[in-house]
Design a protein around this ligand. Structure first.
Ligand code: 0A1
Ligand code: ZN
Length: 877
């Protein structure tokens, strides 16, 4: 494990390397504790570089066995586990370098480089894992053609996979065998992959638009092939969609996906050999929820789309991570929107953005979509790089219009295929196709923080005036901000619910339903507006900003009923709910009874029952903001216990006012037909399950939830029943019985047990800490497995506001200790979990101090990893 050297990497320090590696030939002799890797590298000195320049290769924890230069043992080198420096190199422009290293896959718990998961050898090389396999120029601008030979005992590993196309295989002595793979597309080392083991396979094929037949394989544990059917279907739909929407065709004869059970992230786009966390592959109605199905579809698509945005065109350096990630998230969002309901999808995206990215942008870990410095790149796989990165691409499409955006993408693929690029290269293609200057827009990549817009409308004699002001709050290491280009989609709505027109606009640019905000303040006048309109602003969440509009509650109620933009409608009701919750929170703090307007309960009732709206939309609309959402909008001095009380009060109020209609609707939505994971069926289940949450508040609440659990015929309903019992009636005999029953039925299904852990870890209140402590000793729990750790400890810290932020600070201490233990095995995991502390300064003073102490105790820990040290220190700064 790497510990802190204090080294900081800076964007402005980028230099091309002196040497290139046009060809990489790798041989692996696999063994759990003694794997031999022979890397045969063709090294090329870049033109103009002095032959005396040393070749400096990256390593991480490597054990060097042998070096040869052009076939002769080479001794003029300095080797440490972290670096290999070669001197006295041949004068010729090209030479062959052979490096032999020895690895211990079984001891690798960091899950970077080569490791074994459940007896299956696999690799993870992004971002800097290849250097744990062999010494290399382990940076994304070094593109190499790979040829890989894998040797292993046939019984242990009948399956031998790598990138590209299979070219040879055969028998060896001692019951061993080999396979060789060749990938004709030059690629960076982070896209290298190898898998070897004994797995089952679901096969299919896909014929591309150019007529190439591609063999598709999804490899899973034997007996689970059937559970890969949904993923396979999603893969074929993704391949077709990328052809139809972006004109992108697949470029190898095979495309393989492997599901592994120990994986630090969701999945990885290795060329032709995607490796997945099994949670995002395996699904059927008995084991996966509707959310799981939607995630599988999105992640399969995401990794597949990387083949063009990431693999064919890659990043010059890791500062450009958003070049592939933001763009690919945008592409997978568009795919899901086309496969499902666009409006509903957008609401879900914005909810996730606000829950995950806004707190990051508004706290000590804020960084630009393209950061300028890092100590540990692993800590920059963030919601800002991914989700805000996607929003920036979306804004580009909004500003340019769909057609010009597509023309820009076409030019990007044409101009940069086979290259390692920067954000500047990306923006340039759009400047070239549109003739626009995108330099102000480019600030979205370079400046951190969520911009704020305040808008004051006034109306007089046919003229609507909008006074618009923008400000970008200071963030760590960026105290002075420049003004942004914010595309604000909008509509003016008349009293009959129809869109109002205007004859002219002055004082700013308005173009196709979008206001282009570029200045600090502006007065925008719309002339010829027939009546005082209700404003629908930031439609479709066209810009990731916070918006303060002077708007009357009756306008919000009106928008919640009439906005033609589904997102706008959702946003209006959500704003009303948030305002009511914050007012209730203030009552709780002041020791007063909570009061709510009847109009809120009426609106919830009418939205829930409105058959003209999709059930999935209705479910989202009547779901109250989470405790974390409320806390974020309160902003400072937060008491999570009071937030919990306020939220419960509003649930009770809405439930009480709509008891009969919610009950009738709940029964009406009962689905008796065969299961389908499609969006429409999932939407009905979602609405029914949200209603269940409200009904659980009534006198017969436990009976309804128990019956829901008992009669569930799929995982979504089972979890809804068990979750409702455990959260609404914690400790009740019914909740205990449901949890025990679930445990008995799913004890040998780790992914289902993850849901069981998660539900218990998120039961609100101070008891959750004891529950988590106890569950860490459960036989299904393993501190080495990231999925288990995330479902128990991750959901406790990030998803249980009142439990984690206990006033006595006991959960902080427990968590800090647990992180230090995890850090010794898997620094990436410990660092990610530690981000749960990031909003500590917005808590009330007593909790703040306890959280600070926990962070300080981590920073002081001897041997803390660079990863965890970086998060803890930045959080404290
Ligand atoms: N490129 C992947 C994300 C990823 C990053 C690092 C990993 O290391 C453990 C794994 C995956 C994606 O965007 O899907
Ligand atoms: Zn990605």
């Amino acid at each position: 494990m790497r510990t802190d050297t204090g080294q900081v990497f800076r964007l402005e320090d980028y230099r091309p390397s002196d040497y290139l590696i046009p060809r990489t030939h790798l041989t692996f002799r696999l063994d759990p504790i003694r794997t031999i890797v022979i890397a045969d590298l063709t090294i090329e000195r870049r033109a103009g570089v002095d032959p005396s320049a040393p070749l400096i290769l990256d390593g991480d924890d490597l054990n060097l066995k042998r070096i040869e230069l052009d076939g002769i043992e080479h001794t003029a080198h300095e080797a440490t586990p972290e670096r290999l420096v070669l001197k006295d190199l041949p004068e010729t422009a090209q030479f062959q370098l052979t490096i032999e290293t020895e690895l211990e896959p079984d001891r690798n718990k960091a899950l970077m480089g080569l490791y074994r998961s459940n007896g299956v050898y696999c690799t993870q090389c992004e971002p800097e894992g290849f250097r744990r396999i062999s010494y290399f120029l382990d940076r994304p601008d070094i593109l190499s053609v790979y040829h890989v030979r894998i040797e292993a005992p046939r019984a242990e590993a009948p399956l031998l996979l790598s990138n590209g196309n299979p070219v040879d295989s055969g028998e060896l002595d001692n019951s061993r065998h080999f396979a060789e793979w060749h990938d004709p597309h030059p690629k960076p080392s982070y896209l290298f992959a190898l898998v070897a083991g004994d797995l089952g396979c679901l096969r299919d094929s896909f014929t591309t638009m150019g007529g190439r037949k591609v063999d598709l394989g999804i490899y899973v544990e034997h007996g689970k092939e059937r559970l890969a059917a949904y993923a396979m279907d999603a893969l074929k739909r993704s391949m077709r969609w990328d052809e139809e929407v972006f004109g992108r065709e697949y470029d190898l004869d095979v495309f393989n996906i492997v599901a592994v059970s120990d994986f630090n992230m969701g999945a990885m786009e290795n060329k032709g050999l995607n490796i997945f966390n099994d949670k995002y592959v395996l699904a059927d109605e008995a084991t996966a929820t509707d959310t799981d199905f939607a995630n599988i579809e999105a992640i399969i698509a995401h990794e597949y789309f990387h083949n063009w945005t990431g693999n064919r065109i890659t990043c010059r350096d890791w500062f450009q991570l958003c070049l592939k990630e933001g763009l690919t998230v945008f592409r997978d969002h568009e795919f899901s929107a086309d496969q499902r309901s666009r409006g509903v999808k957008r609401i879900a995206e914005v909810r996730a953005l606000k829950a995950l990215q806004f707190p990051e942008d508004q706290g000590p870990l804020a960084h630009p979509v393209r950061p300028r410095r890092y100590r540990e790149i692993n800590n920059f796989y963030t919601a800002t790089v991914y989700e805000k990165g996607s929003e920036v691409v979306r804004m580009l499409a909004t500003i340019l219009g769909r057609e010009t955006f597509r023309a820009g993408m076409d030019l990007y693929f044409e101009r940069h295929d086979g290259e390692a690029c920067t954000i500047e290269d990306f923006l340039k293609v759009f400047e070239d196709v549109s003739g626009r200057d995108l330099s102000q827009f480019g600030l979205w990549y370079n400046q951190s923080g969520t911009p704020n817009l305040t808008i004051k409308p006034s109306y007089e004699a046919g003229t609507l005036t909008l006074e618009i002001e923008q400000s970008v709050p200071p963030t760590p290491s960026e105290s002075r901000k420049r003004l942004m280009h914010i595309p604000l989609a909008f509509g003016l709505i008349g009293s009959d619910g129809r869109e109002l027109q205007w004859s002219s606009a002055e004082g700013g640019t308005v173009d196709g339903g979008v206001i282009h905000v570029r200045k600090r303040s502006q007065k925008l006048r719309f002339h010829g507006v027939a009546e005082r309109p209700v404003l629908s602003l930031n439609r479709g969440f066209s810009a990731p900003v916070t918006l303060a509009v002077e708007q009357r509650p009756e306008d919000l109620i009106f928008l919640a009923r009439h906005d033609s933009d589904p997102f706008g409608r959702w946003q209006a009701f959500n704003t009303l709910l948030t305002e009511a919750l914050i007012a209730a929170y203030r009552c709780v703090l002041g020791g007063k009874a909570t009061v709510f307007e009847d109009s809120i309960a009426r609106l919830a009732g009418s939205i829930a029952a409105d058959d003209d709206l999709e059930p999935a939309y209705r479910a989202l609309a009547i779901t109250l903001p989470s405790e974390a959402d409320i806390a974020r909008d309160i902003g400072k001095d937060i008491d999570p216990d009071a937030v919990l009380v306020a939220r419960k009060a509003l649930v009770g109020f809405i439930a009480g006012a709509n008891r009969d209609s919610f009950h009738a609707l709940y029964q009406h939505l009962h689905d008796t037909g065969p299961f389908s994971p499609d969006a429409a069926a999932a939407g009905r289940r979602a609405l029914r399950n949200v209603l269940l949450g409200y009904l659980a508040r009534s006198n017969d609440g436990t009976d309804i939830a128990t019956s829901h659990f008992t009669h569930a015929t799929n995982m979504t309903d089972l979890i809804a029943g068990m979750g409702t019992l455990a959260h609404e009636h914690p400790g009740s005999p019914q909740a205990r019985a449901a949890l025990a029953d679930f445990e008995r039925r799913h004890a040998d299904m780790p992914l289902a047990m993850d849901k069981w852990f998660q539900i218990q870890a998120t039961v609100p209140g101070e008891h959750a800490l004891e529950t988590v402590r106890t569950l860490m000793r459960h036989p299904s729990f393993s501190i080495d497995n990231p999925n288990r750790v995330r479902s128990l400890m991750g959901s406790f810290s990030a998803g249980n506001q009142s439990g984690f932020h206990r006033a006595d600070g006991a959960a902080y201490l427990f968590f800090a200790e647990a992180l230090m233990d995890i850090d010794k095995r898997n620094p990436q995991l410990s660092a990610r979990l530690a981000t749960a502390f990031r909003s500590w300064r917005s808590l009330e003073p007593i909790r703040q101090e306890k959280a600070r102490q926990a962070l300080v105790s981590m920073v002081k820990m001897p041997g803390i990893s660079v990863d965890l040290g970086d998060i803890a220190e930045r959080s404290l700064a």
